[in-house]
Design a protein around this ligand. Structure first.
Ligand SMILES: Cc1ncc(C[n+]2csc(CCOP(=O)(O)OP(=O)(O)O)c2C)c(N)n1
Ligand SMILES: [Mg+2]
Length: 540
């Protein structure tokens, strides 16, 4: 029998949110959304507040990405919502099931010029899967349930609801939604069989697995498929750590050699975008396995592109019983390339230079990080190095901004990660430029007792822009920051702690102090401004 619920709009919303597995809200105060706070306050529903709405949405996104369940940000009408749009857009690019609930000026005098009166829907519609204004309290549980079902249905993504003042403040009653009931999308069995035969029959196959493999809870199935078909696996995004680094089929550094030599490239759960040379792998046959038909590429034509539940598709691949080629030599060839690249990296990570190069920062960090530590990248070159030198050992431990590449995710992602994992190491790797977007939210972390470690690669420049601009024009503008600025003192002023490190030998002890501090702690590492991340293209 369905349960009947009653109360004001905030209470009705919260009851539906709980039914869908939402366990906290991230917000910045505004009168338009007070009923949601009232409902949370009266029922002990955790509420975390921030200093800029983008951090609330990024925090909700981190929860969604890490926990594979909906994350919630509550933003006030008008500027609250517009400040959240970069976060929403990132969630859209990352297929993260985020719900943003906005306040909204009263409907009964719409057009008369109420405070913060604007129609949010045309702004958010292009970057959400669903955007709706809910005009009555009675209708709120239905709307929440519908929005979250859409958010959680592959291909996942953010959704938006707003509530005119009188709708959320008035009382009503409704049926309590039952919670998510998602029917898995079934891929065409013939396409899956064709993909299996192509991979098994290939001489030199490669798998590249991305975020949707983790989001679709298909990590174990990926591993089973790779092992059954003996295929080397590379990863990106939330796919990183899907195979532990010591697994014989786990590769990271031999990608160039692998893609040059491969005869079949299998891309699973990630788009054929700029990160994967737009799906152009020379003469190799491309198999693109996606979680929904909408994710099939339109700019290239793979040999086959099964679309559906990734766990089911990968499990079918693992059960393939047809003929197969022997990949032993291919795997061994890649292992040789991987080991050689690892040895080069190890040298760079140990290098004793003055000023410090980013590689050394990661060399020291690797000694301090636990296997289950969450690492978060927010910056330019400094974060490209993180991607190269850090090897996530478990799935769900690496957060990057994703293909939208928005700077400023740092403190929001850190908050979401800390709320998700109260006992793990949380480490944010920030460029000094990126730090400026969200550092004020250290205050939120301090006040709400959410300790995290920040490591700033302080080169005094927007490095990822300065070096390419110089290469292109012979000069650069708008690319300098104050050199050796004391970002650690900013954190100290906000109630946290930190220190500046300029010598490589001091890095290790500083990192230990940071993880032992129990408050937000920033290690401000003065790095070499001349160091530029080597790229094949100068534009990023
Ligand atoms: C919101 C936003 N603004 C601007 C950019 C363009 N951008 C990409 S990387 C970068 C430089 C980052 O500098 P910093 O964080 O100091 O890292 P560094 O490259 O110096 O290591 C800029 C400005 C962006 N990606 N996102
Ligand atoms: Mg910089």
């Amino acid at each position: 029998m369905t349960e009947r619920i009653e109360g004001h709009g905030g209470e009705l919303a919260l009851a539906a949110l709980r039914a869908y597995g939402v366990r906290e809200m991230f917000t910045l105060s505004g009168g338009h959304v007070f009923p949601l706070y009232d409902a949370a306050h009266k029922t002990g529903f955790p509420l975390y507040d921030v200093r800029h709405e983008q951090s609330a949405v990024f925090a909700a996104e981190a929860v969604a990405k890490l926990q594979r369940r909906p994350g919630l940000a509550v933003l006030t009408a008008g500027p609250g919502v517009t400040n959240g749009i970069s976060g929403l857009t990132s969630a859209y690019f990352n297929a993260s099931p985020v719900l943003v609930m906005g306040g909204r000026a009263p409907q009964f005098r719409w057009g008369s010029g109420s405070l913060q009166e604007m129609d949010h829907l045309p702004l958010v519609a292009p970057v959400t899967k669903h955007a709706e204004t809910v005009f009555s309290a009675d209708d709120i549980p239905r709307a929440v349930a519908a929005a979250l079902t859409t958010a959680l249905t592959p291909h996942r993504g953010p959704v938006f609801l707003d509530f005119p003042l009188e709708a959320i403040f008035s009382t009503g009653d409704a049926d309590l939604p039952a919670g998510p009931a998602l029917a898995p999308i079934e891929a065409d069995p013939e396409e899956v069989a064709k993909a299996a035969a192509l991979i098994a029959g290939a001489q030199r196959p490669v798998v590249i697995a991305g975020s949707d493999v983790y989001a679709g809870d298909a990590v174990a199935a990926l591993r089973a498929a790779a092992e059954a078909l003996d295929v080397p696996v590379f990863t990106n995004g939330m796919g990183r750590g899907a195979l532990p680094p010591e697994h014989p089929l786990a590769f990271a550094k031999a990608r160039r050699v692998a893609l040059k030599g491969a005869d079949v490239v299998v891309v699973v759960g990630t788009p054929l975008d700029f990160r994967l040379s737009f799906g152009d792998f020379g003469d190799a046959t491309v198999v693109h396995i996606v979680d929904a038909p909408s994710q099939r590429a339109t700019h290239v034509q793979p040999a086959v592109a099964p679309a559906g539940d990734l766990r089911a598709i990968l499990t079918t691949l693992a059960e393939y019983t047809g003929d197969r080629a022997d990949h032993t030599d291919w795997v061994a060839q890649l292992r040789t390339a991987e080991d050689a690249a690892k040895a080069r990296d190890a040298e760079e990570m140990a290098a004793e230079t003055d000023p410090i190069r980013p590689a050394r920062v990661y060399g020291e960090l690797r000694k301090v990080l636990a296997r289950d530590a969450i690492t978060i990248g927010d910056g330019g070159d400094f974060v490209s190095y993180a991607g190269r030198y850090l090897e996530p050992a478990q799935p769900g431990t690496w957060l990057d901004p994703g293909p939208y590449g928005c700077l400023g995710t740092g403190m929001g992602y850190a908050m979401g990660a800390r709320v998700t994992h109260p006992d793990r190491q949380i480490c944010v790797l920030m460029g000094d430029g990126a730090a400026g977007f969200s550092l004020m939210d250290v205050e939120s972390l301090v006040r709400q007792k959410l300790p995290v470690v920040m490591v700033v690669g302080n080169n005094g420049i927007w490095g990822l822009e300065k070096h390419p601009m110089r290469a292109m024009y012979g000069y650069d503008v708008a690319a300098d920051l104050q050199p050796e600025l004391r970002y650690d003192q900013v954190v100290t002023a906000l109630g946290g702690a930190g220190e500046t490190v300029a010598k490589a030998a001091d890095l290790g002890p500083a990192l230990h102090r940071a993880f032992d501090a129990g408050v937000p702690y920033l290690v401000n590492v003065i790095t070499d401004p001349a160091d530029a991340y080597p790229r094949s293209s100068n534009l990023a």
